[in-house]
Design a protein around this ligand. Sequence first.
Ligand code: GLU
Length: 475
Amino acid sequence: MEKVRVRYAPSPTGYLHIGGARSALFNYLFAKKFNGDFVFRIEDTDVERNIPGAEASQLHDLIWLGIIPDESTEKPNPKYAPYRQMEKLDIYHKYAQMLIDKGYAYECFCTEEELEQSREDQLASGIASPKYDRRCLNLTEEEKDNLRKKGIKPTIRIKMPDHQDIEFDDLVRGHIKFNTDDIGDWVIMKSNGIPTYNFAVVVDDHLMEISHVLRGEEHLSNTPKQIQVYNYFNWEAPKFGHMTIIINENGKKLSKRDHDILQFMSQYRENGYLPQAIFNFLLLLGWTPEENKEFFTMDEAFECFDPKRLSTSPSMFDNKKLIWMNQHYIKQLTDEQYLSFIKPFVADLLEGYSDEDILKITNMFKGEISFGKQIRDLLSPIINPNEINEQLLPIIENDTAKKVIETFAKYLSLVDEINQDTIKSCFKSTQAELNVKGKDLYMPIRLKLTGIEHGLEMYNIITILGKEKTLKRLK
Ligand code: GLU
């Protein structure tokens, strides 16, 4: 088998998104499975839409996920460089000219208005999907010169063969057939000298010796156009695989407007999702393992990934499952890993605490949190207690409650070392002395300490605060 080389080729028009990360992940798995190379390159020809920083962030978010390119814009192999399309315009020009020379492409001087008019005319005459009417196909050199003199810069159009089926075996969807009559002659080079996606991608994939192209289903209808370019150059086309769309819980295509779903890897990172959880989640978003198993380490994924099991029906983004997976991976972290993961989320709240104390405190929440940032909601009221809600005031403003608070504080002040046992015994002594128990005993103290009714076990709260602070708040 030829060397496997696959790629992830984003446009730097945004940050790494769930869909892109999934494409990258499957290409990466494919490369690792077959001892191949995974390439990260950039499709930046849509110049106005490029965003500064998007390329670097896409690459670094991939690396954060554990998807490490063998070659990239930052680690180019000189044999295949450059890895950004805008740095290879002369190369696309050369190949476009070759197509013109062979009679497979031609210059088109039609203006936007003319094209629009032709489209409307075709629609009016009952043609459902209008195509370019080829009015520039047979221009003479003289006509072209005249148009050029008028200042019109031509585009270059590929001449698609007439009445031909273009067929391929898609790795995901099986045999696919398009007819060239439904496609028409399309632009390969824009009038500003920049290639279009469908042309540049073929030149790139060919020159970079890409063997397999795994990408989103939205590119399926681009594939026959690309295959025709391969055919004209007599190049062997890579194998194509088009992954199904990702849908939300309502069965609609996932959109950037689905605000209850985080869309970008950076958002997941900032909210305290673990890369191993996202990796695992994306793995099952479009692929079904043979055995009934949910959790996969990266090595296990390499081991059992089989492209034949890529899903053929849309994959549902199940937010609850992602949260559940993240919780699972948080619980798996060693103390050292957990501390470095969680510390950024509590650094301001626990300023001045030693790492040892931070670990002790944050460990109290380890089994509770689904994502790192959540710890703030749980820890904040303990560190910076809320004002007690007016409706709750009666709970602490009655004689019994006042006595409970006073008595508990009295016993606590006698304690040398704060720990689960000594705190329990303070509660026991208070209970025995006042003959109050349950909610009447705990709630006034909880409210006094945190201002809210729910949260960690009392002994945890008191451990976090320490004796001094607890007494101060009770007083
Ligand atoms: N830049 C294209 C995209 O982000 C790449 C498509 C392809 O993989 O061919 O959708």
